[in-house]
Design a protein around this ligand. Structure first.
Ligand SMILES: [Zn+2]
Length: 105
């Protein structure tokens, strides 16, 4: 059997390398819109964050998205993303459980 390398990405907040599907993608569209991209397929510059609210808060505090997306991100945007992040967090983890069955807690 051929072993395929799992693509790894770095969480912009805690700097941990993780398999891509363990991370939530934040994307800046060509129009300059910043939003959460659960599909991972939207075009634009992306930043990855592990699916933890604590990491979102860390990213907000350290302005990690500005550095990763190379645009100014206002606190309004952070607030909006945070609300969305909390909303998608459950969905994100639910989807993940469908694919993998290991309990790594
Ligand atoms: Zn993280």
């Amino acid at each position: 059997m051929k072993t395929r390398k799992i693509p790894q990405r770095k969480c912009v907040a805690c700097q941990e390398m993780m398999p891509k599907k363990e991370l939530i993608r934040i994307v800046r569209s060509p129009e300059g819109d910043i939003q959460i991209d659960l599909t991972g397929k939207r075009s634009g510059r992306g930043a990855y964050l592990c699916g933890k609210t604590s990491c979102f808060k860390l990213a907000k505090k350290s302005k990690a998205f500005e550095r990763a997306l190379k645009v100014p991100v206002s606190s309004d945007i952070y607030d909006r993303l945070e609300a969305d992040f909390i909303k998608v967090e459950d969905e994100f983890h639910a989807n993940k459980e469908l694919e993998t069955n290991d309990d790594d807690e």
